[in-house]
Design a protein around this ligand. Structure first.
Ligand SMILES: Nc1ncnc2c1ncn2[C@@H]1O[C@H](COP(=O)(O)OP(=O)(O)O)[C@@H](O)[C@H]1O
Ligand SMILES: [Mg+2]
Length: 246
C-alpha cells in the first residue's frame, strides 16, 4: 500500500515561495490502477517524482508497505519495487535495447524470448529493436515504449508512468493500453498512471484530478470522467454557443 501524508513541495524563486504540492494525503491500496489527470501545471509530475524519490518533498511523509520511505533515495525505492517512467525518458548513447532490458531484469543474460515478450507488449518488434542503441536515432515514441518495456522487465510492485501516451502513434497506443489492461487483470502490481487519454482513464479503478497542487476530485471512473467532460466542455463556444450554454 502506498500512503502519502500531508505531502508538500515548495520552491523558492525571485517572487518568493511557490507551493507546488499542498498537503496531499492519499492512500492507494495494492493492485489498484489509479489514473492521475488534470490540467497542465497542476502538479502531477511533481507528485509522481516525489513518490519515486526524484524530488524531496518539503513537508509530509511517504509510506510504502508501512515503511516510511520519505528519506529513501531512488535506488533504495527501486529495490523496494517502485519503478518510474519519465514523461520524457532519457536516451543512453552506446547502450543497446537488449542491454537496458537485461539491466532492468537483473539478469546478466536475458533470454531473447523474454526480451522479445517485453518489447511485444509495448508494440515493438524485437528483431528490429534489440540491437538498436537507445540514442537520438530513436523517435520520442520509440524511446518511451522502450522505457516502458524496461519497466515491465523489472517486474515492479508499483509502476508509476508519466503520460505513457505521449508521442506514441494510435496503433502502438492501442497495444500499450491493452498491455496495461492485461497487467491490471493479472493483478501483478499497483499502477499509477498520469494520463489525459480516455482509453487509459477507462481502465482506472479510481481517477484523481490533480489541480493547483491538490487532489481536486477523486472517485471512480464513471463519476469523475463525466464531470471532467462537463468541465472541459463548458464554455466551449463550438459546443455550447457563445454564452457557454447549449
Ligand atoms: N523545480 C521547480 N521550480 C519551479 N517550478 C516548478 C518546479 N517543478 C515544477 N514546477 C512548477 O510546478 C507546477 C507543476 O508542475 P508539474 O508537476 O510538472 O505539473 P503537471 O505534470 O501536472 O503538468 C508547474 O507550474 C511547474 O512549472
Ligand atoms: Mg507532467
Amino acid at each position: 500500500m502506498l500512503e502519502l501524508q500531508d505531502l508538500c513541495y515548495s520552491v523558492s524563486g525571485p517572487e518568493g515561495e511557490t507551493d507546488i504540492l499542498k498537503n496531499i494525503s492519499l492512500t492507494i491500496p495494492d493492485k489498484r490502477l489509479v489514473v492521475l489527470t488534470g490540467p497542465n501545471g497542476g502538479g502531477k509530475t511533481t507528485l509522481a517524482r516525489a513518490i519515486m524519490g526524484l524530488v524531496q518533498p518539503t513537508g509530509g511523509r511517504i509510506f510504502w508497505d508501512g515503511t516510511d520511505i520519505t528519506g529513501a533515495d531512488i535506488t533504495q525505492r527501486a529495490r523496494m519495487g517502485i519503478a518510474y517512467g519519465f514523461q520524457q525518458p532519457p536516451r543512453f548513447k552506446g547502450i543497446r535495447v537488449r542491454d537496458l532490458l537485461a539491466l532492468a531484469s537483473d539478469k546478466k543474460l536475458l533470454p531473447k524470448g523474454e526480451a522479445c515478450s517485453y518489447l511485444t507488449q509495448v508494440g515493438l518488434c524485437a528483431n528490429d529493436y534489440l540491437d538498436r542503441e537507445v540514442d537520438t536515432s530513436l523517435s520520442g515514441g520509440e524511446v518511451k515504449r522502450i522505457e516502458i518495456a524496461t519497466i515491465l522487465a523489472r517486474h515492479p510492485r508499483l509502476m508509476i508512468l508519466d503520460e505513457p501516451e505521449a508521442g506514441i502513434d494510435l496503433w502502438s497506443f492501442a497495444r500499450l493500453t491493452e498491455t496495461f489492461g492485461e497487467i491490471h487483470a493479472r493483478q501483478d502490481c499497483t499502477m499509477v498512471i498520469i494520463s489525459h487519454q480516455e482509453r487509459i482513464i477507462s481502465l482506472a479503478d479510481e481517477i484523481l484530478v490533480v489541480d493547483k497542487g491538490v487532489i481536486a476530485r477523486r472517485g471512480d471512473r464513471d463519476e469523475v470522467f463525466s464531470s471532467i467532460v462537463c468541465d472541459t466542455m463548458s464554455g466551449c463556444p463550438a459546443v455550447f454557443g457563445r454564452e457557454g450554454k447549449r
